[in-house]
Design a protein around this ligand. Structure first.
Ligand SMILES: NC(=O)c1ccc[n+]([C@@H]2O[C@H](COP(=O)([O-])OP(=O)(O)OC[C@H]3O[C@@H](n4cnc5c(N)ncnc54)[C@H](O)[C@@H]3O)[C@@H](O)[C@H]2O)c1
Length: 336
């Protein structure tokens, strides 16, 4: 076990996809981490590597974040990363009540906990906050337009927008040092396809020899950022006092169509699977609206912390495939 540097972090949702990589980064940086996760979508096994490498500096509490903080003292922590949430549009469309309640009530509880001792806190928000997107690329101070509340798809973005309001209100009222990280499509090992996330779905289809299901035309433009670049950025955002009280886009600004992503997965995995197109209405119901373009402007985070995503999409796809097929290391074909 490696020695620590005495800094203590609380990570809600730390057994999830992004949270577990964040724990890796914090532990590798010498800190001690308390993870609170109810394992609703996360997996205890996501922390196996961290436990093996730094076991004594990782505490795991299986609980809802709002319940766990009732028994914790905020002065124990040098910083809080709040990632616990009902994640993804599919989960929200399937169970809109608990998704909206989780996202708002849990964030409210964590911010109140942090505010007691002004513990620096990062709140994970989402590019879904941009709603329909009034222009591209998306800038942090853009106006926002959502569809009507009769369409449950928008409740995820709205709940995250309310989280942001709550976080910034605590900053103003209580002097809470808070950072809002608006995450765009984040990809990498340990992400699960179960909740509709596109890359793990594509990779598992390619490895199983099934056709890759592209929702809609495939001409939608997205930017995919490797989770290891994202995790490092979250650590630096919270550590930089000049970032407190502000909102940051976190993601890659290199656009790719979903069709191109499918072709890249086929090439990197060497799969003979084809691609089929499935209308959005078949997957998410008749009133689903998809965004044609989702591209962040990352000038603000670049200026603040020198953010420059380093891991190529080819390498990410290779690592996701290696992780999914249980092969140690990357695949040879196409890995950068
Ligand atoms: N993955 C992306 O591309 C993406 C994009 C935008 C925003 N985000 C945000 O990043 C954060 C992490 O997302 P992720 O992709 O790692 O998803 P994930 O589902 O893997 O992680 C969420 C974690 O939170 C846990 N959780 C849920 N409700 C909880 C509760 N009430 N108490 C304790 N734990 C709870 C889950 O078990 C899971 O481990 C979320 O806030 C999400 O909204 C992710």
């Amino acid at each position: 076990m490696s020695a620590g540097d005495g800094r203590r972090w609380l990570v809600t949702g730390g057994a999830g996809f992004i949270g577990s990589h964040l724990c890796d980064a914090l532990l590798a940086g010498g800190g001690s981490v308390t993870v609170v996760d109810d394992l609703s979508t996360g997996l205890r096994g996501n922390l196996d590597g961290a436990i093996a490498a730094h076991g004594g500096r990782l505490e795991f509490i299986e609980a809802k974040a709002s319940d766990a903080v009732l028994a914790l003292d905020p002065s124990r922590f040098d910083g809080i990363f709040h990632l616990a949430a009902a994640v993804g549009v599919r989960l929200v469309v399937e169970d809109p009540v608990s998704a909206a309640e989780t996202n708002v009530a849990e964030t409210s509880a964590i911010l109140a906990f942090a505010a007691q001792r002004r513990v620096p806190t990062l709140v994970a928000s989402s590019s879904e906050v941009y709603g329909k997107g009034v222009r591209a690329p998306f800038r942090e101070d853009d106006d926002i337009a959502f569809g009507p509340p009769t369409v449950s798809r928008w409740s995820y973005g709205l709940s995250k927008a309310l989280d942001e309001h709550l976080a910034l209100a605590h900053a103003r009222r209580d002097g809470l040092p808070v950072v809002v990280a608006r995450l765009f499509n984040t990809v990498g090992p340990r992400q699960r396809g179960r909740y509709g996330m596109v890359l793990p779905r594509f990779v598992s289809a390619a490895l199983d020899g099934r056709p890759l299901e592209v929702h809609g035309t495939g001409r939608q433009v997205r930017c995919f950022c490797d989770v290891r670049d994202v995790a490092g950025a979250l650590v630096r955002l919270l550590a930089t006092a000049a970032c407190h009280g502000r909102v940051f886009n976190v993601g890659s600004d290199r656009p790719v169509t979903v069709e191109d992503l499918a072709q890249l997965v086929l090439r990197v995995t060497g799969s003979a699977s084809g691609v089929v197109h499935v209308p959005h209405s078949e997957v998410f119901g008749p009133s689903f609206e998809d965004l044609a373009i989702r591209v962040p402007d990352i000038a603000r985070i670049r200026a603040a912390i020198g953010f420059d995503p380093a891991i190529t999409l080819e390498r990410t796809v290779a690592d996701v495939a290696a992780c999914a097929s249980g092969i140690a290391g990357g695949l040879s074909g196409g890995a950068a």
